[in-house]
Ligand binder design. Structure first.
Ligand SMILES: C[S@@+](CC[C@H](N)C(=O)[O-])C[C@H]1O[C@@H](n2cnc3c(N)ncnc32)[C@H](O)[C@@H]1O
Length: 357
């Protein structure tokens, strides 16, 4: 099925959603299962807003004065709105441009983000792997949040999309201009612990809790994971730094990390986003034959089951000890912020070295 690429409910998606009742016979649908898939729910989620505030507001700097600031992968404009307000409150005039591949998101952002007397605002459709809409060396600072992990695979010439994007971001930055890359999908997003030998190892527990929801959702669609397909490639923070260096950036080796305790509501809000749903089912058998609405419905029902299971455990614990403090069901995530800079004089990849901490 061809997916609507503008975030709107394409007629073929609706028809496919209805027809796929035959393909996915066991899936019971809610009456509103055809509501559009949109990033809006997560955009305004309080946990997401809180972590974005903690990470991004500290990046607003007087050195940005009169520069062009880009929000690449701006979605519905929630971060743009927060940052435009911050620049205005701090008396720093800048020019603001939000860019996203999704026309529906751009339309929402245009309505949401208001210009101020210090900040003019533009939103445009654009692809980070080909930013021809922005000239060389024009941007002072680029916010690139929650999008790097979505760049999976290679272009027709075999070039990884991640490398293409970094190349473009470097091209559009002024010499000395800064890239702020935020990712919630690195290996370190799931907890790191020390093993018996004292080595830092990735704790699979948090990862597995999310993986369980994915496989439960696939079962609801009468399907399993396909071992011949790959799911998202998840990089370590060091690999992200290596990629930035290889693209020609200078990189601050100190990665800022903030923890987001995603609640059940946050998890449900993420699962309203079509990019998330696409990624969550990417490695499912016949993934392309199942429409986005059914995938979302299955995912939300898997979350219902996880919630019911948790409530069952709580009920048993309370029966034993009515005074006991009960844990909330959360999906914690570490969010990493990388700071990189375009060198004042271009470096070859071989010359490129990390900035001193
Ligand atoms: C998960 S949202 C992140 C939104 C926001 N930046 C934040 O941090 O909350 C990712 C956004 O990246 C956009 N996106 C994905 N691939 C893109 C590309 N190649 N060029 C531009 N935008 C892209 C998606 O349309 C989506 O709006």
């Amino acid at each position: 099925m061809k997916e609507a690429d503008n975030g709107a409910t394409a007629p073929q998606e609706v028809v496919y959603g209805l027809l796929s009742k035959d393909i996915v016979p066991n899936l019971e649908r809610r009456p509103d299962f055809l509501r559009p898939l949109t990033y809006e729910h997560f955009d305004v989620d309080p946990v997401n807003r809180d972590v974005n505030q903690r990470l991004l507001l500290q990046m607003v700097s007087p050195a940005d004065k009169d520069g062009l600031i880009l929000d690449v992968g701006c979605a519905n404009g929630a971060n743009s709105q927060m940052l435009v307000e911050a620049y205005t409150q701090q008396g720093i005039p800048v020019h603001w441009a939000g860019i996203d591949l999704d026309q529906a998101a751009i339309d929402t952002a245009r309505q949401k983000v208001t210009e101020t007397h210090l900040v003019d605002v533009n939103f445009m459709k654009g692809d980070v792997t080909n930013l021809h809409i922005i000239g060389n060396g024009k941007a002072r600072k680029i916010f690139f949040t929650g999008i790097y992990h979505e760049l999976q695979g290679k272009d027709e010439e075999g070039k990884p999309l991640k490398a293409k994007a970094l190349e473009e971001l470097l091209r559009v930055l002024e010499p000395g201009g800064e890239l702020i890359l935020v990712s919630a999908f690195t290996r370190e997003s799931f907890n790191v612990r020390q093993n018996k030998e004292g080595e830092q190892v990735f704790d699979r527990g948090e990862f597995m809790r999310v993986a369980r929801i994915r496989s439960a959702a696939m079962q609801k669609l009468n399907r399993q994971g396909d071992k011949n397909k790959t799911n998202f490639e998840v990089l370590t923070n060091d690999q992200v730094i290596e990629n930035l260096l290889a693209a020609g950036f200078e990189v601050d080796p100190h990665v800022v990390m903030e923890r987001a305790n995603l609640t059940m509501e946050s998890h449900r809000a993420i699962a309203e986003d079509k990019m998330y749903i696409k990624g969550a089912f990417q490695d499912m058998q016949d993934a392309e034959k199942v429409d986005m609405y059914s995938k979302r419905e299955a995912y939300q029902q898997a979350l219902d089951d996880a919630e019911a299971e948790h409530e069952g455990i709580i009920a048993k614990l309370l029966a034993k000890d009515p005074q006991a403090e009960m844990p909330e069901l959360t999906y914690p995530r570490n969010i990493s912020l990388f700071r990189a800079r375009k060198p004042l004089t271009p470096l070859t990849a071989a010359e490129s070295v990390p900035l001193a901490a």
